[in-house]
Design a protein around this ligand. Structure first.
Ligand code: C5P
Length: 406
């Protein structure tokens, strides 16, 4: 669970998005956090404290005069033990209060009284699109950011008022991902990762083709872990139906040639290339324009193949790859003799790091085990979820880059 041991004060200010705070509260708890809910009077117009108490399994606080606190200092007591204060939804009015350091209700008082260096403040704005676009709101946001507040952004779409535009509160699952990412170490800050993921599909004709069983899950997990670690991430994805990780720029491709073109184009800006894609080794030498018909004669079509370019080797052996300016990491999916094959592949591709895994044991699975092979030897990373492995791999890559530039 990604929020094990974290204590989060979830603050609700007034807005229709309060209904999403119930789901968010559950999601935080499911990830292992403990949640203390604090609501403004306006928030209680939209959702009852009873609901939030039942979901958080703790009494909800709403007033700075709450007699349940022996010292009558709820604003101090509630904020001291928090790993973060998350205001979701954060109304335009509440943002303006934070801006001015107003403290006339428990939630704003608590935000002002929190130890700045120890208790981060995250806000998830929610408001009508005109309120969002108003210069006053934009000015407030810029100042809140300068004051050290983490702004989680807003969604776009239909609004409760019937209008459509920016200003919706992010969905609970999106906020959850952002909170999890917030707590991850920023080991790749300033780096730009390019990740290739998934299979490629090589057309035979407009309705048929050859592909493989790669699910793309490992590559998507690496893209997410790198984004959590503070990197800018571009994900070049073959045909898979996976959701794009938050904050990741995704480029969809189909064939190996398209993947090659996209990767070469993106590599100029990248500082790290992680090639997890299972690129088809060969493609049909000609893709028919029309469906190849079965004519009943029993004749089968004869396909010829040509080899696809090796994307990883091309980038690793490019001037930026060879100099280490673009740190290249390859993957090897093998069925046996992992160490020997991975070692040979690392040498052949000329990459500093090659990650081996057993193909049949990983394709489509949510977990995996890795073998990291570099110039000095091999290190095993034992079986774990792909996301956990991706985080370890990202930390490992960050260490190597730091050593390289030291
Ligand atoms: O040669 P093999 O396919 O086993 O090598 C696997 C590694 O090379 C992976 O990192 C894969 O993404 C990359 N690769 C590539 N382009 C190819 C074939 C493999 O980038 N055409």
């Amino acid at each position: 669970m990604d929020l094990n041991g974290k204590h989060i004060v979830l603050g609700l200010s007034g807005g229709i998005a309060c209904y999403k705070a119930a789901e968010l509260c559950r999601a935080l708890i499911k990830e292992g956090a403990t949640v203390q809910v604090v609501m403004t009077e306006a928030a209680a117009q939209f959702i009852t404290p009873v609901t939030m108490q039942a979901l958080s399994n703790r009494p909800v606080y709403g007033s700075q005069w709450d007699p349940r606190e022996p010292n009558n200092m709820a604003h101090i007591n509630l904020s001291r033990g928090a790993d973060a204060i998350l205001i979701a939804p954060c109304s335009a009015d509440f943002m303006a209060k934070l801006l001015h350091g107003r403290a006339d209700d428990l939630l704003s008082l608590m935000c002002l009284a929190r130890p700045l260096e120890r208790v981060p403040l995250l806000i998830a704005p929610a408001m009508n699109r005109e309120m969002w676009a108003h210069p006053a709101t934009q000015r407030t946001m810029a100042q809140l950011r300068a004051d050290g507040t983490t702004l989680l952004g807003v969604g776009r779409g239909e609004q409760a008022c019937g209008e459509s535009g920016d200003g919706r509160m992010l969905e609970p699952q999106e906020l959850l991902q952002d909170v999890i990412a917030f707590f991850q170490p920023k080991s790749l800050a300033g780096q730009h990762l390019l990740v290739s993921a998934g299979p490629t599909f090589e057309a035979i004709d407009p309705v048929r083709g050859i592909t493989n069983l790669s699910s793309g899950k490992m590559g998507f997990a690496i893209a997410r872990a790198a984004q959590e670690a503070g990197a800018t991430v571009t994900l070049v994805a073959g045909p898979v139906a996976l959701a794009t990780p938050r904050g990741v720029h995704r480029i969809n491709v189909v064939s190996a040639l398209e993947m090659m073109e996209a990767c070469v184009q993106q590599a100029d800006q990248a500082t790290v290339f992680v090639a997890t894609a299972a690129v088809a080794d060969w493609r049909p030498d000609t893709a028919a324009n029309q469906k190849i018909k079965k004519d009943g004669s029993g004749q089968v079509p004869h396909l010829g193949f040509v080899e696809n370019p090796d994307i990883l080797a091309t980038l690793a052996q490019s001037p930026r790859g060879a100099s280490g300016e673009l740190f290249c990491v390859g993957f090897a999916a093998e069925s046996h003799d992992l160490l020997a094959h991975a070692t040979a592949k690392r040498a052949r591709k000329q990459v500093p790091l090659l990650v081996g895994n057993i193909g049949p044991a990983t394709f489509g699975q949510d977990d995996n085990a890795l073998l990291l092979v570099d110039a000095h030897g091999a290190t095993e990373i034992p079986r774990n979820s792909k996301l956990a492995l991706a985080r370890l791999l990202v930390a490992n890559i960050a260490k190597r880059i730091a050593q390289q530039s030291a």
